[in-house]
Design a binder for this molecule. Structure first.
Ligand code: KG4
Ligand code: ZN
Length: 333
């Protein structure tokens, strides 16, 4: 019964998780509120807060799981992609812990781990399946052939979906991260109040920068006519923006499913916490006869449980790395 300690520190969440024989026993996530004032993650501040949080997060993950540190069999950590300074804290902790206790180390690709979050709970998707991974930094349609055999078949050519939502919320004067706030206001508004353009990008790729610019000009023009336009119409603006982002994502996902003739369709990454996207996928899945898979909220945004479960599958293969391992800001599959 292998017990894996998972460590995640690629952006602004410090997270530690214990996975025993493929079952997640704990998933401790320390969020960083320090970035709210800056409208985005400040890398230098993020790595300093990771340094403060990493030991308490691991300690709490052991307590929650009721596991003694002597029972850990391997340490899995996010090697990349992410902010280099943030990754360095998790990688250094994992290496030190493994060195001190003579344990094997397992490197994990953060984007693969978002996909593998689907192997935490039942029902699990069947290979090959398609996974739409949408986060603050990435928008990918991934063809998942096996646990570690994945191919990106579509991706954004500019901004990520989460980035588009975060930048929109900044235009609207909302604090970072804006995705959850757009979600909250969107529930109270009319999604057909305003029409934003759907970019015509060939194949399975995405583009979100044109949408962001369209929103910027729309707000600028309307605020000229009514200085309180944003405050007066916040819910309708958020609902309309969310609707457009969701239709852009789901239209491409539908195209990919038809192209690859696949009916097991999954959603992953921070933006998969979005209520409109979750509902939209379920509805489209019913129409298309898909089996759809959406992780629990705690496994959508950055978390170490997905690192620990990915670590478990690598442990079964004996796929370990040495103490000379270094983090990677960019890390392709
Ligand atoms: O996967 P994640 O936690 O971190 C990255 O790897 O980027 O994703 C963070 C992104 C942010 O853009 C955030 O605004 C977005 O996920 N997000 C949401 C929601 N919760 C988080 N976007 C829309 N609706 C939500 N409920
Ligand atoms: Zn992520």
């Amino acid at each position: 019964m292998p017990v894996i300690l998972g460590i995640e520190s690629s952006c602004d969440e410090t997270s530690a998780s214990i996975c025993a024989d493929g079952v997640i026993l704990s998933n401790v996530i320390a969020n960083q509120t320090i970035h709210e004032a800056y409208g985005g993650v400040v890398p230098e501040l993020a790595s300093r807060v990771h340094q403060q949080n990493i030991v308490p997060a691991v300690h709490q993950s052991l307590l929650n799981a009721k596991i003694d540190k002597n029972d850990i069999d391997a340490v899995a950590f996010t090697r990349g992609p992410g902010l280099l300074g943030s990754l360095l804290v998790g990688v250094s902790f994992a290496k030190a812990f493994a060195l001190a206790r003579n344990l094997p180390l397992i490197e994990i690709n953060h984007m693969q781990a978002h996909v593998l979050a689907h192997f935490i709970d039942d029902p699990k998707p069947v290979f090959p399946f398609l996974c739409l991974t949408v986060s603050g930094g990435h928008t990918q349609i991934v063809l998942v052939k096996d646990y570690f055999d994945m191919e990106v078949v579509g991706q954004t050519t500019d901004d990520a979906a989460g980035e588009a939502l975060d930048k929109t919320s900044k235009i609207l004067g909302l604090p970072y991260p804006g995705g959850p706030l757009i979600d909250k206001y969107a529930r109270l508004g009319n999604p057909d109040a305003y029409q934003f353009p759907e970019p015509q990008i060939p194949g399975l790729n995405f583009s979100f920068s044109g949408l962001k610019t369209a929103i910027l000009y729309f707000i600028r023009d309307n605020v000229k006519l009514n200085p309180n336009f944003v405050q007066d119409n916040m819910a309708d603006i958020c609902a309309s923006v969310e609707k457009r982002v969701v239709t852009i994502l789901l239209n491409k996902l539908k195209k990919a499913a038809q192209q690859y003739n696949i009916k097991d369709i999954a959603l992953a990454g921070g933006v998969s916490a979005n209520t409109g996207l979750r509902q939209g996928l379920k509805q489209l899945g019913d129409e298309m006869g898909w089996n759809t898979f959406i992780p629990q909220f705690q496994y959508c945004t950055d978390n170490a449980a997905m690192i620990a479960i990915a670590g478990y599958y690598k442990y079964l293969k004996g796929d370990f790395v040495g103490q000379d391992i270094t983090p990677l800001a960019r890390m392709p599959f």
